[in-house]
Design a protein around this ligand. Structure first.
Ligand SMILES: [Cu+2]
Length: 190
């Protein structure tokens, strides 16, 4: 953001100086100036496009943290098809791989992410952080969810220190649960 602004901001001043000089003294340059002014914004735009392309290229070519083929991530609770109350515990299960807090770069580890009613689309970028993508960056292996009544899907994805899924990705099966409106208010109060 800042570098983009400074590039754009630094361009107009030499151009303005050139325009003033040519306008006052060098009539011959007048025909050149429109070309320059036309060319300058294009090259600035190109520079910005290049920078974006470079970032994307960087992300594409960057090696994702290696996963492990025998790593097994699963939702220990609830089970697929389970009917639960509006407030319920979710346990994360992981075999043949370790849990480390976000920011800790250690081979064979990652932290849990719980996807709620969504799929992960891009495995080359950090997992988004919102109500449908929960991060457990302290290394938690369980949580308590509160969801409105109805059918919901849950899926776990492990990701590395920078929240990017491993390669190959370590994901649980996606389960579907049904949240039933709690009958007993004292249960939901806890
Ligand atoms: Cu994360």
């Amino acid at each position: 953001m800042t570098s983009g602004t400074s590039v754009l901001a630094s361009r107009p001043s030499p151009r303005a100086a050139l325009g003033a000089a040519s306008g006052a003294v060098l009539w011959g340059l007048l025909s050149v100036v429109p070309l320059l002014t036309a060319a300058t914004p294009v090259s600035a735009a190109e520079a910005s496009a290049d920078r974006k392309a470079g970032q994307q290229k960087g992300a594409d070519t960057a090696q994702r943290t290696p996963g492990r083929k025998d790593a097994w991530l699963y939702i220990g609770w609830p089970n697929n098809g389970q009917v639960v109350g509006t407030r319920f515990k979710v346990w994360f299960g992981l075999r043949n791989f370790g849990v480390a807090p976000a920011g800790v770069h250690k081979d064979g580890t990652g932290h849990h992410h719980l996807l709620i009613d969504t799929d992960l689309k891009n495995f080359d970028e950090p997992i988004p952080s919102d109500k449908q993508h929960l991060h457990f960056g302290k290394g938690q292996t369980e949580t308590v969810l509160e969801l409105p009544p109805g059918r919901h899907t849950l899926q776990l994805v492990l990701a590395d220190a920078d929240h990017v899924p491993h390669d190959p990705p370590i994901m649980s099966k996606k389960i579907t649960i049904t949240v039933r409106a709690d009958r007993s208010p004292q249960l939901s109060a806890r």
